[in-house]
Design a protein around this ligand. Structure first.
Ligand code: PXP
Length: 262
C-alpha cells in the first residue's frame, strides 16, 4: 500500500470536537455495482435493496444510485423500492433527460445529483458542461427543487464551470475527484488536490454544500475528507470491491472508521 500524503493543515479541523467533525461529513455509498452483478445474469440477485440495508447497518449516511437511460445497472423497480426502504438519505444520480426527470418527480429521492451521461462510457467520466447548457440546466434544477428535492451538480474542479454551476441556483456541488485519484505522481496528486480545495472554497463561500466523489478508495480518501468544507463523499467501486471479501456492512464500517480520523 502506498503511504497517504495528508496535504491539509490538520489545525483547521482540530478546533472542532472529533464527534462533530465525523458527523459533519456524510458518507454516501454508491451501490450501482451490486446491480451490475445482478444484470450480468438478468436475475434477482444480488439485490441492491439488501445491499443498501447492509450499508446503512455499517453506518452509511446516504445511499447513492444512478438510474441511467440505458438501465445498465439500477432499474426503475430499485429506485421505487429504495425510496420505501432507505432510512438514510437517498441520492439519485441522473442525466438531464426528460424521462428520468419525470421518474425523479414521481419518486422524490431526497437528493438529486445531475451528472453527464454517455452511452459508450464505462462510468461517469467527467463533470457536467454547465457553461454551454446553462439555461436547460437551470430549468431542470428549478423543476427538481420545486418537486421538493435537494439538487447537486457533478462538476470538475474548473472555476468557470463552478461559476456557471452556481448560477443555476443548485443547492450543492459534487466535485469530480477522478483526476486526483488517477494522478500517477505525488506532485500531480497534490496539484489536483489544490485544484479541488480552491474549488471547494468557492462553493462553500457561495453558501452551497460541498460534496466529492469518483475514484475514492480506502487509500486516497483522507486528504479529500480533510478539505475543511467537505460535507459528503460518494464512494462506490472501492467499497463494493471490499464488500466482496468482508461483506457490505463491514466494508462500510471500515470506511467510516477511516473517516473518523478526520
Ligand atoms: N459520484 C458520482 C457523481 C458518480 O457518478 C460516481 C460513479 O458512479 C461516484 C461518485 C462513485 O464513484 P466510484 O465508483 O469511483 O467510487
Amino acid at each position: 500500500m502506498r503511504s497517504l500524503a495528508i496535504f491539509p493543515q490538520r489545525s483547521t479541523l482540530e478546533a472542532i470536537p472529533p464527534r462533530i467533525r465525523t458527523a459533519m461529513l456524510e458518507l454516501g455509498i454508491n451501490i450501482d455495482h451490486v446491480a451490475t452483478i445482478r444484470q450480468a445474469r438478468k436475475t434477482v440477485e444480488p439485490d441492491p435493496v439488501w445491499a443498501a440495508a447492509l450499508a446503512e447497518l455499517g453506518g452509511a449516511d446516504c445511499i447513492t444510485i444512478h438510474l441511467r437511460e440505458d438501465r445498465r445497472h439500477i432499474q426503475d423497480r430499485d429506485v421505487k423500492l429504495l425510496r420505501e426502504t432507505v432510512r438514510a438519505k437517498l441520492n439519485l444520480e441522473m442525466a438531464c433527460a426528460e424521462e428520468i426527470i419525470q421518474i425523479a418527480l414521481e419518486v422524490k429521492p431526497d437528493q438529486i445529483t445531475l451528472v453527464p451521461e454517455r452511452r459508450e462510457e464505462i462510468t461517469t467520466e467527467g463533470g457536467l458542461d454547465v457553461i454551454t447548457q446553462l439555461q436547460p440546466m437551470t430549468e431542470t434544477v428549478k423543476r427538481l427543487q420545486n418537486g421538493g428535492m435537494f439538487v447537486s451538480l457533478f462538476l470538475n474542479a474548473d472555476p468557470k464551470q463552478i461559476e456557471a454551476g452556481l448560477q443555476t441556483g443548485c443547492d450543492a456541488i459534487e466535485l469530480h475527484t477522478g483526476n486526483y485519484a488517477d494522478a500517477e505522481t505525488a506532485r500531480d496528486r497534490e496539484a489536483e488536490w489544490h485544484r479541488l480545495q480552491v474549488a471547494g472554497t468557492m462553493i462553500s463561500a457561495a453558501g452551497k454544500r460541498l460534496h466529492a466523489g469518483h475514484g475514492l478508495t480506502y487509500h486516497n480518501v483522507l486528504p479529500i475528507a480533510l478539505i475543511p468544507q467537505m460535507r459528503e463523499l460518494n464512494i462506490g467501486h472501492s467499497i463494493v470491491s471490499r464488500a466482496v471479501s468482508v461483506g457490505m456492512q463491514e466494508a462500510v464500517a471500515e470506511m467510516k472508521r477511516l473517516l473518523a480520523q478526520r
